[in-house]
Write a protein that binds this ligand. Structure first.
Ligand code: GDP
Ligand code: ZN
Length: 505
């Protein structure tokens, strides 16, 4: 079983396998130095005797059991407890490309190390008390971060943000528990419990849990990102919009994938959230109506998307062709049996630069408004009196959470579109760069359980049930909080957490 503490010295290539000019093999465990010494031959003045000092780098060669040269390497020693795992760690820095590192690793294994399992280095760091469980999870989140904001959030977690917040809540629960248990043990000597004060304490702990839970949405957005489908009739500017978006500093992958397929796809960082944009009917501009609209592709993409962005020509306004597309995707409106769109809906009125008479443009790109609470006749996207609303059919008005005016050709309105997407996705604060630590799904689930236990506790207190009942609920809350930091955690939880890691972490 993965989480069983063992004395094996483990080894793995800890850098990416194929490319790069350096590949690193890490050994961790009691025999790390002894095993490395069988493979490593120091050069220079250490040729005639070598006793590695901690946190020093040595140059030399790696050899196999028959003294055959495998690579020129650098060896780095980090003795316990000043290492990632808090055990003796030795790193061998080999030439990259895969071949050198694989055969040096084989030599290390033949010399007595065991191949590390996924996440095993970090698991040992956790078991040895170097990291709490939330920090260990942050390591995995950090290496899989796709945007700077996601990395920032993981770093804040690695610095101990989640664990510290939860430890503080645990400490407060423990205080209350001590108070209750004292009453159970020697109730005749102590003043009666101040019930209103106890209730206030419980409420404050619950409020702390709630505020930790509020970070979950931002966290899941940063980690998983969003699928955004761009739909709309031909020539409204979907591809141009995608291009304007990707040719900005938002682009994660600059080339647009799928130009030979029927769907254009680009990955962007919108306010730090990785968003995969799908331009569904973006390639073929056929005369065939069905093909033109790309109905089937659009329907499939729209069904899978978290957010569907429908683009219309803002200079022309809503047309019958737009109604056709609307019906193909939204049917009789969100929630109706004929509705293909499962996620949220946003309307973009593009070509804002062409709106109104030439020369009368007033830089209106980027204005946004809610479709509800408009002026009845249409959607108020008004910035001023000379900025008329975009008239929409009633159904569409109820469908789209917001309307954003853009000009793809002049690259206006994109920031507003970013903000509208983030607001729709439920993390508006990400738009202003407000990224801090966030709880992941596992942690959120445990926090919810502790919150529920505190609800039961509050009920037991209100219902004046015997004190034993109170402590049972409180202990359940404590146990759940302990799962977040790993203070109280069962082996199965550790197994699932660390099996998600990549090899070498
Ligand atoms: P799609 O069929 O929806 O993908 O539309 P395209 O992106 O291919 O654009 C159709 C035409 O509209 C092209 O000639 C674009 O240059 C033009 N276009 C796209 N966006 C804008 C815009 O914001 N303003 C203006 N004036 N023209 C635009
Ligand atoms: Zn196009």
């Amino acid at each position: 079983m993965l989480t069983t503490r063992d004395e094996d010295t483990i080894a793995s290539i800890v850098t990416g396998m194929s490319h790069g000019s350096v590949a690193i093999i890490r050994l961790s465990g009691t025999d790390a130095v002894a095993i490395a010494s069988k493979v490593f031959r120091p050069g220079g003045r250490f040729r005639f005797g070598w006793q590695p000092e901690t946190h020093r780098v040595y140059y030399g060669t790696a050899v196999d059991g028959d003294e055959r040269l495998l690579d020129e390497v650098l060896l780095l020693v980090m003795l316990s407890p000043r290492s990632y795992t808090a055990e003796d760690v030795v790193e061998l820095h080999c030439h990259g490309g895969g071949v050198c590192a694989s055969r040096v690793l084989r030599a290390v294994i033949e010399a007595g190390a065991r191949p590390a399992k996924p996440g095993e280095f970090t698991l040992r760091a956790f078991l040895n008390g170097r990291l709490d469980l939330a920090q260990a999870e942050a390591v995995s989140e950090l290496v899989s971060a796709r945007t700077a904001a996601a990395a920032d959030s993981a770093l804040a977690g690695l610095q101990g943000g989640v664990g510290a917040a939860v430890s503080e809540l645990r400490a407060r629960c423990l205080d209350v528990l001590a108070e209750l248990e004292a009453r159970l043990d020697f109730d005749e000597d102590l003043p009666p419990i101040d019930v209103p004060e106890l209730k206030r304490k419980i409420e404050r702990i619950q409020a702390g849990i709630e505020s930790a839970l509020r970070t979950a949405r931002a966290g899941s957005l940063l980690r998983s990102g969003l699928q955004v489908a761009i739909v709309g009739r031909p020539n409204v500017g979907k591809s141009s919009l995608l291009n304007a978006w990707t040719n900005s500093d938002r682009a994660i992958v600059t080339e647009i994938a799928g130009t030979t397929r029927d769907v254009l796809e680009a990955t962007l960082s919108v306010g730090g959230v990785p968003m995969t944009l799908l331009d569904t009917a973006g390639i073929r501009h056929s005369d065939d109506v069905v093909e033109k609209i790309g109905v089937e592709r659009s329907q499939a993409a729209a069904a899978a998307a978290d957010i569907v962005v429908m683009v219309v020509d803002g200079a022309v306004g809503w047309t019958d062709a737009d109604s056709d597309i609307y019906r193909a995707l939204w049917g009789d409106g969100p929630g109706s049996a004929s509705c293909k769109v499962k996620g949220l809906s946003l309307l973009v009125a593009n070509k804002d630069d062409l709106r109104g008479s030439a020369g009368a443009q007033n830089g209106a790109g980027g204005s946004v408004a809610s479709t509800s609470g408009g002026d009845g006749g249409g959607v108020a996207i008004s910035k001023g009196a000379d900025d008329p609303p975009l008239p929409l059919p009633l159904l569409a008005r109820e469908t789209f959470a917001a309307v954003v005016r853009t000009s793809a050709s002049e690259r206006r309105g994109l920031e507003t579109l970013d903000a509208a997407l983030l607001r729709l996705a439920g993390a508006p604060q990400l738009a202003s760069g407000g990224v801090s630590w966030s709880v992941n799904e596992r942690q959120a689930e445990a926090l919810v359980r502790s919150h529920e236990a505190l609800m039961r506790l509050a009920d037991s207190v209100s219902g004046a049930l015997p004190l034993d009942f109170w402590t049972i609920d409180l202990r359940a809350a404590l146990l759940a909080l302990g799962e977040v930091s790993g203070d109280e955690v069962v082996e199965e939880v550790l197994d699932t957490v660390f099996s998600r890691f990549c090899i070498g972490k």
